[in-house]
Design a protein around this ligand. Structure first.
Ligand SMILES: CC(C)(COP(=O)(O)OP(=O)(O)OC[C@H]1O[C@@H](n2cnc3c(N)ncnc32)[C@H](O)[C@@H]1OP(=O)(O)O)[C@@H](O)C(=O)NCCC(=O)NCCS
Length: 171
């Protein structure tokens, strides 16, 4: 299976915040944004592995600024690291006021997607090659984040999380 570069999975998704997407404050509802982010992450992971993918987990999400009615939601997604059958996708989200021509940060998140074979079983994905310094930093950090999320999901013994432990305990 041939490795692929991180940038091969890069996608940009734009949405317009319409009245039906808002909460009672007139801002984009968090749930709607998570839905769009899930789709963006699914497209990016699918581009990396060229197979159907499923959301396995979403890391903690916090929203810095509300995105206003009538503004554009700008989502960028790219695979940050591929493991065996799973991929970590890094997402960045901004709101855009095209009238006044400025952009404001909304949030940043990591989603994990698993590639599935025709029987719905996890299947191997290509390795990912980081090319830029930023991609390398995301790639390096992905191992720690994976260990943390697997511990929280009860799928990893904290004693085996060597990368994570190294952050706290110096040998
Ligand atoms: C995600 C899913 C396919 C994993 O299946 P599984 O039987 O646990 O398979 P495995 O234990 O072999 O794990 C497969 C991969 O998923 C990863 N994984 C499993 N649970 C995970 C979690 N909570 N967070 C991050 N990764 C996870 C494993 O680390 C493994 O990755 P790797 O092969 O790269 O090491 C399965 O749990 C599932 O179908 N969940 C429902 C997903 C869904 O419905 N999503 C839509 C939202 S409703």
């Amino acid at each position: 299976m041939e490795s692929k570069t991180a940038s091969e999975s890069f996608i940009i998704m734009n949405e317009l915040v319409l009245p039906n997407d808002t909460n009672t404050f007139g801002n984009l509802m968090g749930g709607r944004l998570m839905y769009w982010m899930d789709i963006a992450a699914g497209i990016a992971s699918g581009k990396h592995c060229n197979a159907p993918c499923m959301t396995a987990s979403v890391d903690n999400l916090s929203f810095k600024n509300p995105i206003k009615l009538g503004n554009i939601v700008h989502i960028e997604a790219q695979v940050s690291r591929a493991f065996n059958t799973s991929m970590e996708v890094h997402l960045r989200v901004w709101g855009e006021d095209s009238l006044h021509q400025y952009r404001y940060e909304s949030n940043e998140a990591y989603f994990t997607f698993v590639a599935l074979d025709p029987n719905g079983k996890p299947r191997k994905v290509p390795a990912l090659i980081p090319e830029t310094a930023e991609e390398q930093a995301l790639y390096d950090g992905a191992l720690r984040r994976r260990q943390l999320r697997l511990i929280l999901a009860g799928k990893m013994n904290p004693d085996d999380a060597s990368e994570l432990r190294a952050l706290f305990f110096k040998s």
